[in-house]
Design a protein around this ligand. Structure first.
Ligand SMILES: [Zn+2]
Length: 225
């Protein structure tokens, strides 16, 4: 397991690729404000060290302990308040291997309206989500109140892999970076389609058994192949 930034070069290039993928997909919105991290061992993560990820280079990362201490690299002061949001998720959820925060435009529209994102778009079920993506009440970013709001949701709902941050943006946390990026992409698709469906009378709920049915289909598929 990587213990230094030099040993984390592969992770760093994956993070740069991920930020480009999100940028191309329009998920960083115009300001390209985002922060991305990957857990590199039981007690540390590699994280973007600045607030804008439009032009990331391998020098734009820091190695950070899950206790919040910066072990290698430098971080712009405004990022220090974000560290606990990422570190806390890794501490509370051993299943989480990557965390991405962005202002993906359609998901963020729901965050501004304080509206949870309902599970009405079938592709979201395939990520294991079983309930609506909740809104964490607003508090100054990185504050104890904001972080504990996020961590409470993550702790209380082990099948939850995303929350929106009221009046701010979204936080997605899944097993690995690829899944986290795909989930953010699918969540923004869902938010966009739900908004479009309002012109047609609103999205309709999935049948009650849909979650179970999708799970057993995925299981059957993975066994037979
Ligand atoms: Zn933000």
């Amino acid at each position: 397991m990587p213990k230094t930034l030099v040993e984390s070069q592969e992770v760093i290039s994956q993070l740069i690729d991920a930020s480009r993928t999100l940028m191309r997909a329009g998920l960083l919105f115009r300001g390209a404000h985002a922060n991305l991290s990957v857990r590199v061992s039981g007690d540390r993560m590699v994280m973007t060290s600045g607030g804008n990820v439009a032009q990331l280079t391998p020098d734009d990362f820091a190695l950070v302990g899950l206790d919040g201490t910066i072990q290698e690299g430098t971080m712009v002061p405004t990022m220090k308040e974000i560290v606990e949001m990422h570190a806390g998720l890794y501490r509370e959820r051993p299943d989480v291997g990557a965390v991405v925060h962005s202002h993906a435009p359609h998901v963020t529209a729901f965050a501004l309206a304080h509206r949870p994102i309902p599970l009405v778009y079938e592709p979201l079920l395939r990520f294991g989500l079983t309930e609506a993506v909740p809104v964490v009440p607003w508090a100054p970013r990185g504050s104890e109140e904001s972080v504990s709001g996020i961590l409470d949701q993550a702790k209380d709902h082990p099948g939850l892999f995303a929350v929106t941050l009221a009046n701010h943006g979204v936080l997605v946390f899944a097993a690995d970076l690829t899944t986290t990026v795909q989930l953010l992409t699918t969540l923004d698709e869902a938010a966009e389609l739900i908004l479009k469906a309002t012109a047609l009378g609103g999205a309709k709920p999935l049948p009650d058994l849909a979650i179970e049915q999708v799970r057993s289909r995925i299981k059957a598929f993975s066994v037979s192949h």
